[in-house]
Write a protein of this length. Structure first.
Length: 483
């Protein structure tokens, strides 16, 4: 009787794991196919888009760029200079100092010749105390506003920026991000062309490690020299080119990267602004804005632009990577739990019936199912009750499928924007694709589980992200090429 029971358990477990893996595989391939054709369509369409007309058009909506800053002394001057030189006529830059403990604020004041002003603040969203608002005496920096406030976290800083802004659209980005000069031009196009109101757009994010960046401008693109950053570069290609673009096409996107996103300010405020009790404020805001529109019975779109518009510094050590992925896992879980009422709820259309279930089953549950599968097969191996030929056959199928997805991402990159033009870079990325499932994926799996455990025990802190800075990266790369 006991033997029959064990056989039944084994049969069920194996079938569940196989079915789950099959669903994941079909889902990823379907998203990859949709993304590939969407990217090709976008590239053809963009050739006929007159961005100069957008640049000079009086109909181009005013934009505020909100940059939350906490201890970003290494990168804040470069990123701010970059933002002040974007190709867009009607915009301003709002840097929000969230109680930094380093010299970030002092650097901004000295470099941009800032003085305190008496600007009136409308607290439509409650935030921590704003201690001062600074503007430059130099007309060359008239677009810059620096807000100094008590520490309240990234979401609170973004809410302060929403309160300060008076423009129709707001772009939010991390202080370590570098934007392409035409980033705003391309991001605003869906707001001008779409007949359905657009409430948010996002752009493809790339890894800036090892790239040469001078005075806040991307001068030369290089593949990251460090293995850890290179794994992330491949991961970003796969996520943005094979996943988020497809969800954008289906109008089922639940996240716009905190590294760079453009939002309808009024909808963001009406939805309640950024939620300060989560570390995944970027995803949570998009879900809440979508819920607001659905509950009001309003038509809307959330778009993604397949252009590589934003470059960001990726963690270069396991310690910092662990903090980042721990936080991402907690943020995803918090958002899904907070909005659990969406789960297979037809009231919310595609978001309730497809997007939320996808995130729940294939993003949130994936680390737990994978870990359970590993423990299950390990137990069978210890007990000597495993069919090794079948086991290794299944293992090889899973491994090569993971490699296949990465190869599809590389092909999509080659046929679209081709940022890594050297043949040696392509070969390195191919090698990275074969190594990633063995080396990098187990690390990410561990940090994802760690993040969910941290959430269960009530851990709420952000986790400090120390940066090397773009100047340091530029110096290293110049030494390599003998510049």
């Amino acid at each position: 009787m006991e033997s029959v029971f064990i056989d039944v358990i084994e049969f069920v477990a194996e079938k569940v794991v196989f079915f789950y893996a099959l669903v994941i595989g079909i889902s990823y391939l379907a998203l990859a196919i949709v993304s590939f054709f969407y990217t090709r369509h976008y590239i053809k369409k963009s050739r006929f888009t007159d961005y100069k007309a957008v640049l000079s058009s009086p109909l181009a909506p005013p934009i505020s760029l909100i940059v939350p800053m906490y201890n970003e002394g290494q990168t804040i001057l470069d990123s701010t200079r970059s933002l002040l030189s974007l190709r867009y006529n009607n915009y301003n830059v709002i840097v929000v100092n969230d109680g930094s403990q380093d010299d970030s604020l002092r650097k901004l004041i000295e470099h941009f010749d800032l003085i305190s002003t008496d600007q009136t603040i409308s607290y439509r969203i409650p935030t921590k105390t704003i201690r001062g608002i600074y503007k430059s005496r130099n007309k060359a920096f008239s677009k810059l506003i620096v807000v100094d406030k008590a520490n309240g976290g990234k979401a609170d800083a973004l809410n302060a920026g929403l309160n300060i802004s008076r423009n129709r659209l707001v772009a939010t980005l991390d202080a370590d991000s570098i934007l392409a000069p035409d980033a705003l031009l391309k991001m605003v196009v869906p707001y001008l062309q779409s007949t359905t109101p657009v409430i948010a757009t996002g752009g493809v994010v790339r890894i800036a490690n090892s790239c040469i960046i001078e005075d806040g401008n991307l001068v030369k693109v290089h593949l990251p020299s460090g293995f850890l950053a290179r794994f992330q570069a491949l991961e970003y290609l796969r996520v943005f080119l094979l996943s988020r673009l497809a969800w954008s096409k289906l109008n089922g996107l639940l996240i716009v990267s905190g590294a760079f996103g453009l939002f309808d300010r009024e909808i963001a405020i009406k939805a309640g602004g950024y939620y300060t009790k989560t570390v995944g404020e970027d995803m949570e805001l998009i879900v809440r804005m979508r819920r607001y529109m659905q509950e009001k019975g309003l038509k809307y779109k959330v778009c993604y632009i397949p252009d590589p518009l934003c470059w960001t510094e990726a963690p270069s050590t396991l310690k910092i990577l662990g903090r980042q992925r721990n936080r991402w896992a907690r943020g995803t879980s918090e958002t899904l739990f907070k909005h659990r009422g969406l789960f297979f709820n037809p009231k919310y259309g595609l978001m309730g019936m497809l997007s939320y279930p996808y995130w729940f089953f294939l993003e949130f549950l994936a680390p737990f199912v994978e870990t359970t599968g590993i423990l299950y097969f390990t137990t069978l191996a210890i007990l000597g009750n495993i069919h090794w030929v079948e086991f290794f056959s299944l293992l090889m199928v899973v491994y090569f499928f993971a490699v296949l997805l990465s190869m599809l991402a590389l092909i999509a990159e080659e046929f679209s924007y081709y940022k890594y033009a050297k043949k040696s870079d392509t070969l390195k990325l191919i090698l990275t694709a074969f190594l990633e499932p063995i080396i990098y994926h187990p690390i990410i799996l561990f940090y994802s589980l760690q993040g969910n455990v941290a959430l269960l025990i009530g851990k709420k802190n952000w986790g400090e992200m120390k940066r090397k800075g773009f100047r340091e990266e530029a110096k290293k790369e110049k030494k390599k090429v003998g510049a």
